[in-house]
Design a protein around this ligand. Sequence first.
Ligand SMILES: NC(=O)c1ccc[n+]([C@@H]2O[C@H](COP(=O)([O-])OP(=O)(O)OC[C@H]3O[C@@H](n4cnc5c(N)ncnc54)[C@H](OP(=O)(O)O)[C@@H]3O)[C@@H](O)[C@H]2O)c1
Length: 258
Amino acid sequence: MSDSGRRYLNLDLGGKVAIVTGASSGIGRAVAEAMAEAGASLVLVGRDERRLQDGLDAVRARGVDAEPVAVELTADDAPATIVDAAIARFGRLDVLVNCAGIFEPQPFETQPLASFDRQMAINVRAPFALAQAALPHLRPGGAIVNMSSIAGYSGFPLSAAYCASKGAVELMTKALAAELGPMGVRVNCVAPGNIRTPMNRHQFEASPEYERSLEAQTPLGRIGETEDIAAAVVYLASPAAKFVNGASWLVDGGWNAA
Ligand SMILES: NC(=O)c1ccc[n+]([C@@H]2O[C@H](COP(=O)([O-])OP(=O)(O)OC[C@H]3O[C@@H](n4cnc5c(N)ncnc54)[C@H](OP(=O)(O)O)[C@@H]3O)[C@@H](O)[C@H]2O)c1
């Protein structure tokens, strides 16, 4: 606290309740742990019950309450199931982090439409539906953080469907920021670069050269770690970001700048 009594950096999420999808793996798991460090009570959403339990143990070890919800996010009743769990357990909802996502790289010429539909359903439709279900509880003063990608900024080979989905996340974020801002709900997204998670582990394991080439294209010279993204999400969810709305925050080691 400054001499004037003004607080300049308030990352405190104490007393707040956050839903984090994708909390059973990778970036979502790190986001959940970071939100717990900031004091938030959590609803952890994923499908794999064992990994969800691991996440639950990790956030509870940080001294916060948490509720697991194992659910297929594309199911019609998933949004209500998740929001109802938050309200039943904690009686309020302040933050929604839409982190769950899939990436199915394939040649455009042969990619089945079912793969396009899956990526759109999980990466775009599910965050849309969950935000809709969460909204009545988020206003005023709530925040939504969506997970975009550098693939929402640039086109990549073998990634037309994924890029389409992340481009949609970018503009859905801006449109919701414009519509929900007047209700007191901020909507932002984080656009990660190449981050070491189970999503790309097999690619790195199959081809160390591929990993080296990504490092070489990144001005900071490395693959990102999940905590690099989690810190940005906590900031955007926190009171410190109270005038940040409709932003997309690249966290990519400078990839997109080069
Ligand atoms: N890793 C990167 O380099 C990178 C870069 C840019 C953007 N991103 C984005 O960051 C987000 C997280 O990616 P990640 O790398 O952490 O991936 P990850 O380790 O594969 O985790 C994906 C998460 O999404 C959940 N999920 C997937 N489909 C689901 C469904 N139908 N219903 C419910 N949950 C579902 C998974 O749950 P279960 O495992 O329990 O099924 C898992 O928790 C994604 O939106 C991704 O597009 C990642």
